[in-house]
Design a protein. Structure first.
Length: 369
């Protein structure tokens, strides 16, 4: 339970860090990573832009020892929030929300997440600089912490361990260094409740890589700080970024993606990396993917693969199949999540063993309640 005693950043990480999971979403030819945090035994919150390429992302525990298959219960693109569900209780204490009205300018928060460059668990102290408000409702917090790509979807905790906001986007306010924006529970609560109730799922569209989220233009920030924010902008400002710039210019697409990921938002470094060394339109970190000479499998081979992954091929999956056929909907969900893509196992689990005509795959338990 969350108490009233104020904790240090190290104590917050120790007490609540296990509720914060890394998200790995793989689809549309690229891997997206971000952060999610548990708000229930089987429910997590993250950003929509973190999982928009994968309806079944994988979440990884803080210690890296546990991977859990999740399903996107739904996402609100406009508010950039998504809800993930898993088919087993997570061994963590879920986080709780606090009202933005209980937070003041100058309050200390701690952002927990998995930012670049190596996406390891990171504790980032931050101060509330100002608020974005709509009337009396505080919709977002503006933070001065060193928040970066990969923190997206993670919690910004108060000193007592409650979630004051979901770290979502970065804002460039007169300088090169961008600062974090965390959406409050007041702003997201209705969308989260609707997703949890309706479970619309996610339809992945792979037309092009998604662009980073942008703070709405109509937002007017309270108490705008009067200082200059600086950071490395262009070639010659930072030796490490210069090295990536050189490799990217010489055609190393991995270096281009690394340059994009590690550069300050809005900098010339970032633009050069995102355009694959001025050889493409903005790719937002997908240069390596665009360079690949993709050869899609023959549909006949898909059928052969499916035939190789039928009942009788795997004793463990056979057991889930039998339980699913007997009406155990949780086994159907497990079969769908754990079976190879395109296999007969996956199809049988996704159809809830034939009990549901048009299920939302991976949610047989909810579809039959």
């Amino acid at each position: 339970m969350v108490g009233t005693t104020e904790l240090s950043p190290a104590e917050l990480a120790s007490r609540f860090g296990d509720a914060v999971w890394q998200v790995q979403a793989e689809g549309c030819g690229y891997l997206s990573t971000g952060t999610a945090f548990a708000v229930g035994p089987r429910t997590l919150v993250t950003n929509a832009h973190v999982i928009d390429n994968d309806a079944t992302p994988v979440i990884t525990s803080r210690d890296g020892r546990r991977d859990v298959s999740a399903v996107v219960a739904g996402a609100d693109v406009d508010l950039d929030v998504a809800v993930l569900v898993v088919n087993q209780d997570l061994p963590v204490e879920p986080l709780s929300w606090t009202s933005a009205s209980d937070v003041a300018e100058g309050d200390s928060l701690v952002a927990l997440g998995y930012p670049v460059p190596d996406h390891s668990f990171t504790v980032t102290p931050a101060t509330v600089m100002s608020f974005q408000s709509d009337g009396a409702v505080r919709e977002a917090l503006r933070l001065d912490g060193v928040i970066d790509k990969g923190n997206s979807g993670g919690p910004a905790l108060t000193a007592t361990g409650q979630v004051a906001g979901v770290v979502t986007s970065l804002l460039n306010s007169s300088g090169i260094q961008w600062i974090g924006v965390a959406y409050t529970h007041e702003y997201l609560a209705d969308a989260i409740r609707t997703i949890e109730r309706d479970r619309p799922g996610l339809e992945v569209e792979c037309d092009e890589p998604a662009s980073p989220p942008i703070v709405p233009d109509e937002w007017e920030w309270d108490d705008e700080p009067d200082w200059d924010i600086t950071g490395p902008d262009r070639y010659g400002d930072d030796p490490d970024l210069d090295e990536l710039y050189d490799a990217c210019r010489d055609g190393d697409m991995v270096a281009c993606d690394d340059l994009y990921a590690q550069s300050p938002y809005g900098s010339e470094y970032e633009r050069f990396g995102s355009t694959c060394g001025d050889t493409e339109e903005e790719t937002w970190g997908s240069c390596e993917w665009l360079e690949e000479d993709w050869e899609w499998d023959d549909p006949d081979e898909w059928q052969e693969e499916e035939e190789r992954e039928d009942y009788g091929d795997d004793p463990y999956l056979d057991g889930l199949w039998d339980d699913c056929a007997a009406g155990d909907m949780s086994s159907c969900d497990s079969l769908y999540v754990e079976a190879p893509y395109g296999s007969a196992y996956e199809e049988f689990g996704g159809s809830c063993g034939g009990y549901v005509e048009d299920p939302w795959s991976g949610s047989c338990t909810d579809s039959t309640e």
